[in-house]
Design a protein around this ligand. Sequence first.
Ligand SMILES: *[C@@H]1O[C@H](CO)[C@@H](O)[C@H](O)[C@H]1NC(C)=O
Ligand SMILES: *[C@@H]1O[C@H](CO)[C@@H](O)[C@H](O)[C@H]1NC(C)=O
Ligand SMILES: *[C@@H]1O[C@H](CO)[C@@H](O)[C@H](O)[C@H]1NC(C)=O
Length: 644
Amino acid sequence: MAVRDAGSLLVGLLVLFHTWGAWAAVEVNMEDRVEVFRGETASIACMFTSSEGIGAMIIQWFYVTRGGERQNIYYQDATTKIVARGTPFTDRISVNGTGATGDVVLTISNVQLQDELEFICLIGSVTGEAGEGRTKLRVFETPDLPTIESVQTGISVSEDSLSKIGTCEVKNGFPKPNITWYRNNTPLRTAQDVVKVVPSITSESSGLFSVKSELSMKVVKEDKDDVFYCEVTYFVPGGTRMTETNRVNITVYYPSTAVSIWVESPKGKIKEGDSIELHCRGNGNTPSSIISIKHTKTDQTWEGNVLVLRNVTRLNTGDYTCTSMDTDTFEEITDYTTVFVNYLKPAVVIPENTTVVVQGDELKATCNALSPLQTHTAWFKDGVEVSTGHTLILQDATFDTAGAYVCVVTVPEIEGMETRKTLVVQVQGPPEIMEKDHTEMEQIFEKTVELSCHARGFPAPSITWTTSDGKVLKTASQEDTEEGVQSVVTIKVDSDITAFCNASNEHGTAAVTFNIKAITHTTTPATTTTTTTTSNPISSTTVKAQTANPPEKVKKEGSGVIIAVIIICILLLAILGSVLYFLYKKGKICGRSGKQDLTKEKSNKDNIVVEMKSDNTEEAVLLGVNGEKQPPSDQSGEYLDVQK
Ligand SMILES: *[C@@H]1O[C@H](CO)[C@@H](O)[C@H](O)[C@H]1NC(C)=O
Ligand SMILES: *[C@@H]1O[C@H](CO)[C@@H](O)[C@H](O)[C@H]1NC(C)=O
Ligand SMILES: *[C@@H]1O[C@H](CO)[C@@H](O)[C@H](O)[C@H]1NC(C)=O
């Protein structure tokens, strides 16, 4: 009802105006505002009615200058359409509709920020009646993406005033965008002594707005985990839009309320020679504190929160104190840890180094190495474990007992912790000949033999070589072996030899006897004077050496018998010859058969003549009949074998 009353009142007023003035009879309707992005085209509609009907209306468009005056930009009547010259809209506007339909539209292309004005549509009738309407043009520009920058330096909680957190900026928006700060999704508003947001607006030469916002806060320790960002809100045609910056955080410095020190490495027990790494850390985050580590026992101090001690010894054992001092407040907080360096002192063996035990006696040795940890002791001989425990007992010592005993002390708990010491045990006793083989041997005359004698005993035996005829032989070489002494002599075999190796020390004597039988290897060719032949591949040096010696017994006997037989034959032949000659001279019994027998016998027996060339020469020279050498082919099968 109220609306209807108001309507009738308005009609009444119009009627009143109609009677007073001509223009009141035209009614114009327009939108309050038209909103467009910059650069787009704006359409401003103007609808009208007239009590006289609509036709042949005069249509005019104006804008309101910043000074409040109206400036014509367009005129249209039944016959003409005029765009006013020299206005900012001259080239950009057009109006469609003739007015006959009761509406016209002003179109503005490429809308600029400066176009944000009020536009008037004035409709006049030919009778002089007129009406007008107004529309505001709103222009928008979407701003650039916003940016955020947080302070890179750490912020101390002990700051008295507010500390700057960061700045957000959004550029080139229209109209002015708004910036809102958020901390962990909660918007921040300026609050006395706690939060301060200071915006600043820049009007760019383009007419666009850039907005900056700086956030300052009273920072507390909890803010170290806070995330900050900005939200930007801006208007667009028909509403608002929002964008956000990325998230940033800040470094908050706050003092430690406690420190802790610990051994970072090694994990587990520490032994001498290890490298220790001690770490110290406070529960605060502060560059303004000085951390130092001190070895309480020695007062040695190191700066820094990490301490590396290389090749530690038991002297490094003790408490290590870490102190953190705040350089702002000079407050100190400390913590300590105890380091224990385990050790294993060198093994001590009693008796030391070398000991002597009499054959058959018992030896007792001990081995100890000091350590705060449980140790394990074992004795080794030639790499074989012979005893476990500190004490080594060797009963009924023999030469085989002698040797190096290594005591090895280990700490089972810590790998690689070990000490070892060697004890050399010598067993006292009379000499003992080690090898008694090869005591019977044969050797060719004039060759040499090497006799070796290996004797053990303690003290080391002295070795002498003698022969059965009491001659002392010169030792060719003598060397100390692991067990005893090895002595070597070289003897030239000129007859059968018996040699003794006597080893003796203060406890007794041992001897070994060597029997060398002298032998010979040689042959004599049957009928040659110059060629020396041997049936065995004995070297010529051997044979030559033998020429200087008297012939062997066997050979002497062999050749002697043959020579005797031959001489007897010759004598018999001579006697026979003499008898036959005598008979022939007598002319009595010279028969055919007798003559034939003689020749036959002669040819059979006289074709080999053996002659001893000289005394002491074993080479029997075989001569042919009448002293001629016989060709070698005839000699086959006729060698004189003088060998046994
Ligand atoms: C910006 O803030 C002002 C003041 O609070 C407010 O009037 C305006 O509407 C805001 N603008 C946007 C785009 O939210
Ligand atoms: C905040 O800082 C921490 C460490 O300084 C980092 O790991 C994390 O990614 C940061 N967060 C943001 C949103 O920047
Ligand atoms: C060496 O030993 C032999 C055999 O036991 C002995 O006859 C000889 O007298 C000893 N000689 C020496 C020098 O001891």
